[in-house]
Design a protein around this ligand. Structure first.
Ligand code: SF4
Length: 111
């Protein structure tokens, strides 16, 4: 015979289940990018602050000394969404899509 569960125990179990659900959601592969999201413009104030450009080939390595030829959003750890899409989400610009050929000064190599 099982013992009755107190309201406190039930709430604890519910909280644990909710936490587990969040952990599972966070571990799923990236979903397709929402193509309806706006494309980040280099003139956007946040983009300007992070020195984002939608064409990494135009980055001046003398001005941005951390830039190395070949770096672009497509090879950045912060880029989200599936490969093959020209515009994808970036962790640094929530609610917008960045050009996979773009670059900003927070580029981080994929490990
Ligand atoms: Fe591109 Fe990475 Fe900068 Fe995001 S953080 S804009 S993916 S270089």
């Amino acid at each position: 015979m099982s013992e009755p569960i107190s309201r406190r125990d039930a709430l604890k179990k519910l909280a644990l289940l909710a936490g587990a659900a969040v952990a599972v959601e966070g571990s799923r592969p990236a979903r397709a990018a929402d193509a309806s999201l706006p494309h980040l413009k280099p003139s956007d104030p946040t983009a300007v602050a992070l020195n984002y450009t939608d064409d990494a080939a135009k980055v001046d390595p003398k001005k941005f000394t951390t830039y190395v030829l070949g770096q672009k959003c497509d090879s950045c750890l912060q880029l989200q969404g599936p490969q093959g899409q020209p515009w994808r989400p970036c962790n640094l610009f929530p609610g917008m899509l960045v050009d996979v050929n773009g670059w900003c000064r927070f580029w981080v190599p994929k490990s």
